[in-house]
Design a protein around this ligand. Structure first.
Ligand code: SAH
Ligand code: SF4
Ligand code: F3S
Length: 440
């Protein structure tokens, strides 16, 4: 028997890329994964196009592999993901050592593409096939895995925010069939998974069909997953405010397995900017939505995404964003300096001066960090369920997460990965909590 070839995958961007990388590695049968590019037979970069820096990283990373390729011309180099979709064959023109370019909706064709590049040809596929790539991928392997997993249920976006490339790189909204998702979820649970995060670029726009023709919304899908024995925690991300339906909000109050954490990007607190961003919600409608969500689940931790320095953002617009952050009291936040993306409507508009945008970003991040710590501190003295994910840095220590997604370190903990136990929170440091097992 010949020994398996080695595959090195590097993943950039969002959680959906993390999931896709797992599936691509599984699709490339005959390869086993390696952590070092030096001994790989194939290097695959799963890329992100969301901001200019993210896209440029790909070319600098490729440059680093040049000596490897020069030394071993048989080494195959592939670019997958959103830069592949956005730039296609241009990548091979700019970096001729690239053998393969595959867009996010075409990676079920990877095995054929791999066969082609082995003959010395180049392979390029950035189609948006109407058939669902997941249906063409082989069944997932049965190997044991860790206690948490991602499961993509929805892809693509129809929202066309004025700054964003995702509708162009991932295509229109598509939902996977209900039965496929349930089968995959059961399978993950059999392999040791206790927590599943349902993924979609617009996950709460999920609208899937069962084999019997029945329909399911995200809330209905969650209730079906709720019935799987051994699955203890359900999360979903990322949601758009306009797709937060009453039944989904209600599920946060009534479904015990649905964790009290919601990532709900707002981007800006200024109505003028929201309108120019084509967000189709206002500051007020967002605030009212948060109020309804907290009525259903008062302790829910809300996280958000924010963009500073969007074209023509004034000091007042920025102040409005800081203000909505205070008003919502976000417990977690991801903030970005606006990056003009070719082909998006906002890229045509006058930019805010870089130094001004930098200062706004710092101010916003300081505010979020402050709120995040204050909310984390409210956990002190409480007893919370923790799902243990992996050993900590120190002997006998385990790291797990609370329902609010705070990391907790527990000393003298002899529980295995995947165990859920009651923990009393005794310390709150910068980005995590420390606790002790209750009744021990
Ligand atoms: N589908 C998700 C995630 C989109 S990308 C959603 O709708 O929320 C993640 C975040 O990147 C966005 O929420 C936005 O805050 C940020 N982002 C997207 N395009 C950007 C751009 N051109 N410049 C800066 N940040 C951007
Ligand atoms: Fe991009 Fe807006 Fe779609 Fe999110 S909702 S992926 S920010 S276009
Ligand atoms: Fe990036 Fe594509 Fe995800 S652009 S954020 S990898 S959908």
């Amino acid at each position: 028997m010949t020994s398996p070839k080695k595959l090195f995958i590097k993943t950039y961007g969002c959680q959906m890329n993390v999931y896709d990388s797992e599936r691509m590695a599984e699709a490339l049968k005959g390869y086993e994964q390696t952590d070092t590019p030096e001994d790989a037979d194939m290097i695959l970069l799963n890329t992100c196009h969301i901001r200019e820096k993210a896209a440029e990283k790909v070319y600098s990373e490729l440059g680093r592999y040049k000596p490897l390729k020069d030394a071993r011309p048989d080494l195959k180099i592939g670019v997958a993901g959103c830069v592949a979709q956005a730039e296609g064959g241009e990548i091979m023109r700019r970096q001729p050592m690239v053998d393969l370019v595959v867009g996010p909706q075409s990676y079920h064709r990877l095995p054929e593409m791999e066969a082609k590049v082995l003959t010395g040809e180049k392979a390029l596929d950035t189609d948006f096939p109407i058939d669902d790539k997941f249906e063409h991928l082989a069944a997932r392997p049965k190997a044991a895995r860790g206690p948490t997993a991602f499961l993509t249920v929805q892809e693509g976006c129809d929202k066309f925010c004025a700054f964003c490339v995702v509708p162009y790189t991932r295509g229109a909204e598509v939902s996977r069939p209900v039965d496929r998702i349930l089968t995959e979820a059961r399978d993950l649970v059999e392999r040791g998974v206790r927590e599943i995060t349902l993924l979609g670029q617009n996950v709460n726009a999920y609208h899937g069909f069962g084999t019997d023709g029945s329909e399911a919304t995200l809330a209905q899908l969650i209730w079906k997953l709720d019935k799987i024995d051994g699955l203890e925690r359900i999360r979903f991300t990322t949601s758009h405010p306009n797709d937060m339906t009453d039944e989904l909000i209600e599920a946060h109050g009534t479904c015990d397995k649905l964790m009290p954490y919601l990532h709900l990007p707002v981007q800006s607190g200024s109505d003028k900017i929201l309108k120019r961003m084509n967000r189709s919600h206002t500051r007020d409608s967002y605030l009212k939505l948060i109020e309804r969500i907290r009525d259903a689940r008062p302790d829910i931790l809300i996280s958000g995404d924010f963009i500073v320095g969007f074209p023509e953002e004034t000091d007042q617009d920025h102040a409005d964003t800081l203000d909505i952050i205070r008003e919502v009291n976000f417990g977690q936040g991801f903030s970005f300096k606006y990056s003009p993306r070719p082909g998006t409507p906002a890229a045509e508009r006058p930019e805010v001066e870089a130094a001004v945008a930098d200062a706004r970003l710092q101010e916003l991040q300081a505010l979020i960090a402050h709120q995040q710590k204050a909310i984390q501190d409210t956990m002190l003295g409480r007893e919370l369920d923790v799902l243990f994910e992996k050993p900590g840095k120190f002997e006998g220590q385990m790291m797990g997460k609370t329902g609010y997604l705070h990391a907790v370190h527990v000393k003298n903990c002899d529980l295995p990965r995947g165990a859920i136990a009651r923990v009393r929170i005794i310390e709150s440091v910068r980005n995590s909590l420390a606790g002790e097992l209750v009744n021990k």
